[in-house]
Every structure is written in structure tokens, then in C-alpha cells.
Design a protein around this ligand. Structure first.
Ligand SMILES: [Zn+2]
Length: 901
């Protein structure tokens, strides 16, 4: 096929005003809508749409007839022989989706390509009358009693026969926006979609690994000397494309798929998706390698195979194009092999979307497209404009839209997919992005600035100037902070977008500047409820990153920068407003539920740290009543997630069926939003069981954020009607995602769990101040708990408040000493098991050269003693090292106490 197949020429005639010719005069019309004698479903839709909108604009209901020879004033639709005669053209020569708007005498002809052209011609006419559809819910119709008929003479075909906005408009609205992509769900009567049989990554569907690998490993790629190394999390293994059986199977499957289709147009015969360890897992067997080395690219063996399949397709389906991907390892075209004229290359962009493809910033993509453009007649471009990391943040990818599409049109792209990841109205100016991309895919030679003004003013009304400013300022912020708007699918999980932290690296100060744009924008439309709703939806792209910023919610919330933010902005009010905005989203909106749940959690949690009332709504168990509010955190049922167990609804705490299955039952994440940084927390868990039988069972509890071993709790410890609080040790939780969990073994029993309690620097139940510090000012002593001790020997373990040293090696426990000004006397709070005489421990310090041996008669027994070590200058950090000396006496070290001298 020739280079200009599908590529269209532009005939934009002047649309001049006719002298006084009126389609509707004072709400009545002398015109009739004339359809062909046997209209297609699309022609019928075109007539219905035209009739409906003209009625809504002017009040006039134009009759529809199916008599093309109709005499009288008429709007003539479709591909009737009369229209062909009046236009002097042969409809079979029209390009895909081509439209014709032509005034002849008093009549207007609206027609075009049979698939969609006639409907598009009607939409073009209605838009010229001022009708605008902004989203599938929002249409503006200008009301006027008189409609003048212009001297239309327009013939236009879009440069891209395929126009896809994946994740954008769908259904009838997509037809109005003149997009026709595979997944857009457009009814056949509205022109349908441009179906791409198989869609993409079809090798694995045609030759499934599960079906063939065992018997025919030679069908699969040879990588690192092995056939088909496969890592399940890294996509699907590629094929050995020079294997004759692989080629035969692919050809058979391709033809079989096509035979099942009614009027197929394009089929995908394309490499599998793969990434990570398998990103370039193409075949290196000697035959494949010979081609790829000669061609300087693995696209060589790919095209070598796809061309042969395309030859077979051409014999049976001469109208069908065979699409293959230039993706990952095949982005570079081969040196000599050229795609057949029925092969279409779908190149996938990898770029910084802040800048045009043609710019230096995107030199690699630009050069790859140019190279493919030289190598191939027809390109299909898969372009990314969406933020896969998080759809709810500013994402200024809009600026080069028109320039990019012109670049693509000029480089033989005949189809374009502009991938979005929106799910309705929510996202960064989604209605604006959709409007611009759809309009510009239809005709990239339009003035983008003018289109931007049109959609901003039409959709956001008086707020338009502030939103225009927002667009520029956000672009500038990205440029200034050198935030590449990369679109690689780093975190493609849609469901995580609000549940997980905002991955934005946008500085808070910049986000506040953007928030100001929305403050002003909201002010400008405060008297227009619907426009205000739309502006507030747009503002969510800024609200979410502010609400979930480090300063608002995470690790800096309790630092001066967090306090400064709360002085500037009422976060709870912003969260509440955002929640109401989410509620106002049109259904169905995939975003809505996730966002609502996330905000619910946010508001509940934010209230606690903003008010300092950490235990709001909780009944403090009596044993913890004396602990200061900020040092005590009580977590209950709604803070846990339960695995395969039912929460006791009436009891107000989880009731866990243990013993039926092993494994963790309750999970608690020590999230940074709980503000547990900069302290050690003693973790306690309140449990009880009413088990009546032989108390042989055990329950395991663990805090797995560190290397702490599980604590095994005997059922006898927690039996009875009262909750018992069991110590899981002191931990530095530090915003790591830790877990606390319960599992069981060998028990068929119901376990009740009340609260998870955290006590800052807690020593519960030993809460009292050591005797040696009792009369001292708190400034003058420090207690270093065993939670800070380090050891590397598995024989040692943490137990309660102490580390138990069982290792016989030297230096088996270390306690770092903080840098403190001046001299400090050091006490060791420890004990050794057993009444045996002899040496119990040796302790020495890194600086100062102190060394002491403790005898069993000093520290032996069941009670801890604070024994003196010596005085040290702690201007620099120090280190105490412990060795156990007696093989039969375990050494228990609980605290190191420093007293200022
Ligand atoms: Zn091979």
C-alpha cells in the first residue's frame, strides 16, 4: 500500500454565511431531515441526534423522511445516490471517518465515510451551532429561536484513522468526541469501535506456556543458555520466533482468530509483556541471534516472523492489517528488514511528558519514532499521558499535546492511543485533558490554546482564568523541581492510588501555591453550585497531596514544619471538604469508593494528632490510667485488619477463632501516620480466653518490624474473664510497616483481643523510677532500655524488658551510649540466673578504658540490681560491651542508667 493510505488530506473550506437563509425562524422550520431509502443504523442515529439537538436549541422539530428524491428545504444525510450526484463524488473513495458538510442551494448535505463519517458530520454541524459536550454528564446547548444556515463547504478526514483515549470518554460520549478505540464501548449504531483483534501481547495467548512448555521447550526463548526462564512476577516468556513450528502455530492461530471475526480490520500479533528480570528476555538461539545481530535489533527476528504471518493473512484477508509492538527491547527498528505493507508497527513511547517528543528532553523517543517512520509505512503510537503512580496529584502533561500529535502525524502515524488513567471526573483536570486530546487527535492542527480556553470557560465558567494559571504554575513547578513526568508503570495498581501514600515529590510550599489558585477559583464560582462542584473536583488533585504530605500527616507532622502548616491551613476542614467533593462525583466512578474510605480513615486519624487526643473514644484500661495521654496509644478493632476471622460485633473487639488454621490472624501496621517516631514504644496486647479444657495451647504474638522473636503465650496466662496485658517488648517502631499478629497451634479455641497498647518508653508493669534516681531531677538521669541494645548472636534473646545473654562468646551484647555533655556515672540494671558462685559478667566501655568484672554474689538471683560501672565523659558517643562469663548462669540486662555528676 502507498504511504498515504489512511493518511488524509485536509480540505477545509470556508464556512460563509448565506444571505438570510434560515434553518429555523422563530422556533419553526421549513426543513426536513432526509435519509437514504434504506439507511444504515449509523445514518439513523445521525438523523435522531440532529433532530433532538435542533429541537433543544430552537424548539423546532424537523420531520425525518426516507425519500432521497424529496423536494423542498432539506438537510440530506448519508450515502444516498442523490447525495453522491449532488456532491459529484463516489463515496467508495472516502477515507476512514471522513466528513462532508456542503450547502447546495437551500439544502445542506451532511455525509461522509459509511462507518462513522455521517454521524461525525452531524456532530461537526452541531458543534458549529455551539453545542458542547464536556463530559458524558455535562452538555451545553445554546438556546435560540432562529438558526442561520451557513454556506458550508467542508471535507475533512482525520490524519489518524484510529483515535483512542483509553481511560477517557466512553460510549455515546466517545462517539461525540470522535474517538473510536478498542475499549471505548461505543454502540454499533454510533459507529462502534475500531476493534483490534487480540488487543496486544498476543504471543502468550496464541502459544500458551502452560500448554506447550513441557513438551516443546524449544518453542520458547533461549535466555542465558536456558529455554524460557520464567519469573512469574515479571510477565510472560517470549517465543523463539525462528522455530518453524512456532511460526506455523502463530500463523494458524492468527487465521483462526480472524475467521471468528465479523469484518476484522486489525489483528495484534505481538510480543508478550515483560519487565524487571525479563524485560529483555528475547530469544538468543543461534538462528534468532543471527538475524538480530545482522539487523542490530531484536526487532529483526520479530519482524522476520510477523512479515511471514502477514503474507498468509493477506491471501485470505487482504483488508486486514497485522499489528505488532515496538516495545521494550524492540523499540529500535531493524537495519534492513521492512514491515510488509499490511503490517502496522505499534510503537510505545517512553518519555518525559512535560516536554514535546520533538524536544531534546525526549531525544531517544524522538529518534526512535523517526527511525520507525523511515522503516515503516504505517505507525500506530501508544502514547502515555497518565500518571500511573497516583492519579490524584498535579500532572502537567498537557502542554505538548498538539505539538506531539502533529509530530506523530508527520511521521506516518495512522493511529494514536493516548492512554489516560482516569475513572470519571476525578484526576488532574481530566475533563480538560480529555477534551484537548480528543479534539487534537481528530485534528492536531487546531490551536490548542484556543481549545484550552474553550473548555476552561465552558466547563468551569468564571473560574477559568485561575485554572489557566494553575495549569501554567503546575507545569512550572515540575520544571523548576526537575520532576520528570515519567510514565513508566512504576506502580500501576489503580486501587492503591489513595490507599497508599501519595508518591509525589512535590514540595509542600509549591502545593500551597497551587491550592491558592483553587481558593481564588472557588471564590469566583461560589454562586454557581455546579461550577463550584467542578472546580472542587479539580482541586482534589492538590488536596490529596497536601493532606497526605509528610508535614500534614506523616513523619514531619509533629515537627515545626507540621505545626507551621496547621497554622496556615485547617487540614480537617480541607479533608471534610474533599470528602464532600468525592461524594459529589457522578456515579459510576471507579475512584469514588476508594477515595471515600481513604478520607474517612484520614479524618479519624488526623483528628487524633491535631487535637492530641490520641485515645478518643477509647476506655483506658485501669492498669494504664496513670500514664500521660501523649505517652499512651490505644488501638482497637478498627485499627486492625483481621485475617480469616470474624470480629465480635457486639463485643467491640476482635474475637479470633484460633486453632482452625495456622498463621497470622491480626495485622497492625505501625504506619508513619500514627506518629510513633523518635521514641521507643512498649507494645502490649490485651488477651483473654475462656478455654475450659486442658490448658496446653499456645498463642504466638510478634512484632515483626524488627528481628524480635515471637513471644509464646501460654493459654494459662490469659485464661479467665479479665483481659491480661502481655508485654511484647519495647520497640523502635519508627513508621516502619510493622505487624503485630497472633497465630495459634494445637488449640480449638476462641481468643478475644481487646486493645493493642503502646507506651512511650514504657516499662510496664515496672513503671517506677529506679531507686538511685528517685530524688533526682529528670534532666539529670537517663535510662537506656534494653530495646536499644544490639546483639548478633542467636543464643541471646529479648525477653520482657531485658536482653537475656546466653552466648558464651566475648562481646555478646552492646549498649550504645548517647553523646551527652559532661561526666555521667553509669549503672547497670541487671541480674544473673542461679545461685552459683563465680564470675557472672565482664563489662567494658569503648572510651575511657573502664573494665569491670561482676561476680555472681553481686548480681545473682531473681531481682534486678543497679550496680555501679564507673564515671565517663560522654561528650562523644560511647559503647558498653557485655560478656557472659559463667556457662550456667544467663545474664539478664534490663537498663543502663546514667546519672549526671
Ligand atoms: Zn530462537
Amino acid at each position: 500500500m502507498k504511504k498515504n493510505f489512511l493518511f488524509s488530506l485536509l480540505f477545509t473550506g470556508m464556512a460563509l454565511f448565506a444571505s438570510g437563509m434560515e434553518l429555523v425562524t422563530n422556533g419553526t422550520s421549513s426543513y426536513t431531515i432526509v435519509l437514504p431509502e434504506k439507511p444504515t443504523a449509523v445514518e439513523e442515529t445521525a438523523a435522531k441526534e440532529l433532530q433532538n439537538y435542533l429541537k433543544k436549541i430552537s424548539g423546532a422539530l424537523l420531520p425525518v423522511v426516507r425519500t432521497p428524491e424529496f423536494k423542498g428545504n432539506s438537510i440530506r444525510l448519508g450515502q444516498s445516490p442523490e447525495n453522491a450526484r449532488l456532491l459529484g463524488i463516489d463515496f467508495s473513495g472516502l477515507k476512514p471517518d471522513e466528513i462532508i458538510l456542503k450547502k447546495t442551494g437551500n439544502d445542506l448535505i451532511l455525509t461522509g465515510d459509511s462507518t462513522r463519517g455521517v454521524l461525525y458530520a452531524v456532530y461537526e454541524f452541531l458543534e458549529d451551532l455551539g453545542v458542547r459536550r464536556w463530559t458524558r454528564w455535562d452538555t451545553d446547548i445554546p438556546v435560540r429561536k432562529t438558526i442561520l444556515l451557513k454556506n458550508y463547504d467542508i471535507r475533512y478526514a482525520p490524519p489518524f484513522a484510529g483515535r483512542d483515549r483509553l481511560g477517557g470518554p466512553v460510549g455515546e460520549f466517545a462517539a461525540w468526541m470522535r474517538v473510536n478505540g478498542h475499549y471505548l464501548g461505543i454502540p454499533e449504531s454510533y459507529g462502534g469501535i475500531l476493534k483490534l483483534v487480540g488487543w496486544c501481547h498476543t504471543f502468550g495467548m496464541m502459544i500458551p506456556r502452560q500448554q506447550y512448555f513441557e513438551k516443546h521447550p524449544e518453542y520458547f526463548a533461549l535466555v542465558n543458555g536456558r529455554r524460557g526462564p520464567w519469573f512469574p512476577s515479571c510477565g510472560e516468556v517470549q517465543l523463539c520466533l525462528t522455530n518453524p513450528d512456532v511460526l506455523r502455530l502463530l500463523t494458524e492461530e492468527t487465521l483462526a482468530w480472524l475467521r471468528k471475526e465479523k469484518n476484522p480490520r486489525i489483528i495484534s500479533v505481538s510480543q508478550n509483556d515483560s519487565w524487571g528480570k525479563m524485560a529483555d528476555n528475547y530469544c538468543r538461539c543461534s538462528n534468532c541471534r543471527a538475524i538480530d545481530e545482522r539487523e542490530g535489533s531484536p526487532a529483526g527476528s520479530l519482524l522476520h516472523a510477523v512479515n511471514q504471518i502477514a503474507d498468509a493473512v493477506k491471501k485470505e484477508f487482504p483488508q486486514v492489517l497485522v499489528e505488532t509492538l515496538a516495545y521494550q527491547y524492540t523499540v529500535k527498528p531493524p537495519k534492513t528488514i521492512r514491515p510488509r505493507d499490511n503490517v502496522i508497527i505499534r510503537y510505545c513511547t517512553r518519555k518525559n511528558t512535560l516536554y514535546p517528543i520533538a524536544s531534546q528532553e525526549n531525544a531517544r523517543t524522538r529518534e526512535e519514532i523517526k527511525a520507525w517512520s523511515k522503516a515503516a509505512d504505517k505507525l500506530y503510537i501508544w502514547d502515555y499521558t497518565s500518571n500511573f503512580s497516583n492519579t490524584m496529584m498535579p500532572y502537567p502533561s498537557w502542554r505538548p499535546f498538539a505539538e506531539n500529535l502533529r509530530f506523530l502525524a508527520e511521521n506516518h502515524a495512522v493511529s494514536v492511543l493516548e492512554q489516560g488513567y482516569s475513572c470519571g471526573e476525578a484526576g488532574d483536570l481530566i475533563p480538560v485533558q480529555n477534551y484537548l486530546l480528543c479534539k487534537l487527535m481528530w485534528n492536531p492542527y487546531q490551536d490548542q490554546e484556543k481549545l484550552t480556553g474553550e473548555v476552561l470557560e465552558g466547563y468551569y465558567g468564571a473560574a477559568a482564568p485561575e485554572l489557566r494559571k494553575y495549569m501554567d504554575v503546575s507545569w512550572e513547578i515540575y520544571r523548576k523541581n526537575q520532576l520528570a513526568v515519567k510514565t513508566a508503570a512504576r506502580n500501576n495498581a489503580f486501587g492503591d492510588m489513595v490507599a497508599s501514600r501519595v508518591l509525589s515529590k512535590l514540595p509542600l510550599a509549591d502545593l500551597l501555591v497551587l491550592r491558592n489558585c483553587f481558593d481564588r477559583a472557588e471564590e469566583l464560582v461560589k454562586n454557581d453550585a455546579e461550577k463550584l462542584r467542578r472546580v472542587r473536583i479539580a482541586a482534589m488533585a492538590v488536596n490529596f497531596p497536601i493532606l497526605y504530605s509528610d508535614e500534614a500527616y506523616y513523619k514531619n507532622a509533629e515537627k515545626p514544619e507540621g505545626r507551621a502548616l496547621r497554622e496556615k491551613i485547617n487540614l480537617l476542614k480541607l479533608a471534610e471538604k474533599t470528602r464532600k467533593t468525592v461524594e459529589s462525583l457522578h456515579r459510576p466512578d471507579r475512584y469514588k469508593e476508594a477515595a471515600e474510605a481513604s478520607l474517612e480513615r484520614y479524618i479519624g486519624s488526623a483528628e487524633k494528632y491535631i487535637t492530641g487526643d490520641w485515645n478518643k473514644g477509647r476506655k483506658v484500661p485501669p492498669e494504664f490510667a496513670g500514664i500521660a495521654g501523649d505517652d499512651l496509644r490505644i488501638y482497637g478493632q478498627e485499627d486492625f485488619s483481621l485475617f480469616s476471622s470474624k470480629a465480635g460485633e457486639n463485643l467491640g473487639y476482635p474475637v479470633i477463632k484460633v486453632g482452625k488454621s495456622k498463621g497470622w490472624k491480626v495485622h497492625f501496621s505501625f504506619d508513619a501516620s500514627h506518629h510513633l517516631e523518635n521514641s521507643e514504644w512498649q507494645v502490649l496486647i490485651g488477651l483473654k480466653t475462656r478455654f475450659k479444657g486442658k490448658p496446653g495451647g499456645m498463642v504466638a504474638a510478634d512484632v515483626t518490624s524488627t528481628h524480635f522473636p515471637a513471644r509464646w503465650i501460654k493459654l494459662s496466662e490469659i485464661m479467665g474473664d479479665q483481659f491480661k496485658y502481655l508485654d511484647l517488648g519495647r520497640h523502635r517502631l519508627d513508621g516502619r510497616h510493622g505487624y503485630i499478629a497472633l497465630s495459634a497451634s494445637g488449640v480449638e479455641q476462641q481468643l478475644e483481643m481487646q486493645y493493642l497498647i503502646l507506651i512511650r518508653n514504657g516499662n510496664y508493669p515496672n513503671t517506677e523510677v529506679p531507686d538511685i534516681c528517685r530524688n533526682l531531677n529528670p534532666e539529670d538521669y537517663r535510662i537506656i532500655s534494653s530495646g536499644k541494645f544490639n546483639f548478633w548472636d542467636n543464643e541471646n534473646r529479648r525477653s520482657g524488658h531485658a536482653v537475656v545473654v546466653r552466648s558464651g562468646k566475648n562481646s555478646s551484647l552492646q549498649c550504645p551510649l548517647p553523646a551527652l555533655k559532661g561526666n555521667w556515672k553509669i549503672y547497670l540494671d541487671m541480674r544473673a540466673d542461679g545461685p552459683i558462685s563465680g564470675n557472672a559478667a565482664e563489662v567494658w566501655s569503648k572510651n575511657g578504658g573502664h573494665r569491670r568484672i561482676y561476680k555472681l554474689n553481686e548480681i545473682g538471683g531473681n531481682t534486678y540490681k543497679a550496680v555501679e560501672f564507673g564515671t565517663a565523659d560522654l561528650s562523644a558517643p560511647g559503647l558498653l560491651t557485655f560478656s557472659r562469663l559463667h556457662p550456667a548462669a544467663a545474664l539478664h540486662v534490663r537498663n543502663v542508667i546514667l546519672v549526671r555528676q
